[in-house]
Design a protein around this ligand. Structure first.
Ligand SMILES: NC(=O)c1ccc[n+]([C@@H]2O[C@H](COP(=O)([O-])OP(=O)(O)OC[C@H]3O[C@@H](n4cnc5c(N)ncnc54)[C@H](O)[C@@H]3O)[C@@H](O)[C@H]2O)c1
Length: 339
């Protein structure tokens, strides 16, 4: 099973170097009768057009002398309600026999295996899942920006719309999309689509909106301080949570990093507290003790709502709080502002 990183290179094109490297090494030790499954997220055609020729450098023929399949990883880090066992596993094989063998392997560890007709269908199904999230997050973030202009509470809107039992799926606004999947994977498909002279407009638009969201948050911080008669320059801003999502310490593509850079450009003094991220060496910061910092800061900005932080207490003790995650929506306080 190959599950190496599939990041983007400098020009937002797929970087398959990890896959090529792993496949090359594998081709040197591949034996007749083996099964190879690719799990990395990637564009349709990778298994057949990129992986297969490298594996065949072994001298063995794919589909006849060894089996080849694709099955996307569907893990959501930090999640406990859905596990590998309970999350259906999509599998596509190069041949009927490849599919049968790969499906049998996954049935050992997954309750449900979803067989599809080709590796390409399995590859694209994973991208559709992530693009669906990316587009919907962009949509709700755009709605949040409009609500900000209109003076309507986006969280109340989302809560109300979320009561519809059919035809609506809830997505929450926030400081922007992070992690190594959602900001990256859609561009894998955009790249492949160009090969077919096709432009994936939803993907590009969602990418653009999601990338701009941290900038909007910096501007919102600026306005919130302004309302309190303070310039950003020289103000002390405490970011609460810097990981890209709650409950984990992963910083990949975390919007907090962009917010910190944006605020520093404006001359703000930055501190942060994150129980999962002890230090940010590239920004020369270490996580502060919350109790020490919360009263000192001119503004506390909730960027990632870790479950182990008492946000009610933060609102009680801070001078001014900006909540970008909606975790304080049950609280009414004069020092509290929300996205
Ligand atoms: N982590 C997730 O939640 C998640 C969810 C769905 C899909 N994916 C996809 O799974 C893939 C891997 O993601 P990850 O989060 O596990 O990445 P990771 O960086 O955590 O792990 C990758 C692993 O690959 C190994 N590796 C790197 N280069 C190698 C090489 N040349 N040969 C052999 N091994 C090598 C690394 O040592 C590491 O163990 C990506 O395509 C990602 O998009 C990840």
């Amino acid at each position: 099973m190959i599950c190496v990183p599939t990041p983007l290179a400098n020009h937002r094109e797929p970087d398959l170097s990890y896959l090529v490297d792993a496949a090359t090494k594998l081709s040197r030790v591949l034996h007749e009768g083996r099964l190879v499954v690719l799990e990395s997220t990637t564009f349709p055609g990778t298994t057949r057009e990129r992986l297969l020729p490298i594996l065949e450098e072994s001298g063995l023929a794919a589909g006849r002398e060894f089996n080849l399949a694709y099955s996307p990883e569907r893990i959501d880090p930090g999640r406990t309600d859905h596990t590998i066992r309970t999350t259906p596993k999509v599998v596509g094989g190069l041949t009927e026999d490849c599919l049968r063998r790969a499906a049998a392997l996954y049935r050992l560890i997954c309750d449900e295996v979803v067989e599809v007709s080709s590796p390409e269908v399995a590859e694209l199904s994973k991208l559709l899942e992530n693009i669906f999230r990316s587009v919907n997050i962009a949509l709700v973030n755009e709605m949040a920006q409009l609500c900000d202009r209109m003076g309507i509470d986006i969280w109340e809107v989302v809560d109300a719309a979320g009561t519809k039992p059919f035809g609506f799926m809830r997505f929450d606004p926030g400081p922007g999309m992070g992690g190594h999947c959602l900001p990256v994977d859609p561009f894998y498909l955009a790249f492949k689509a160009r090969e077919h002279d096709f432009y994936t407009e939803f993907i590009e638009l969602a990418g653009k909106l999601n990338q701009a969201q941290p900038k909007f948050c910096v501007e919102k911080i600026e306005r919130t301080l302004n309302e309190d008669r303070k310039p950003v320059k020289g103000s002390r801003v405490l970011l609460l949570g810097v990981a890209y999502k709650a409950g984990v310490g992963d910083l990949r593509e975390a919007p907090a990093l962009k917010i910190i850079r944006g605020l520093r450009e404006l001359g703000a003094e930055i501190a942060y507290h994150d129980p999962h991220v002890p230090e940010l060496p590239e920004l020369s910061l270490v996580s502060s003790e919350l109790a020490d910092e919360v009263g000192r800061a001119d503004l506390v900005c909730i960027v990632t709502a870790h479950p182990d932080v008492d946000h009610e207490r933060v609102v009680r003790e801070a001078k001014l709080v900006l909540d970008l995650r909606g975790v304080t929506r049950a609280i009414r306080a004069p020092n509290l502002v929300r996205l």
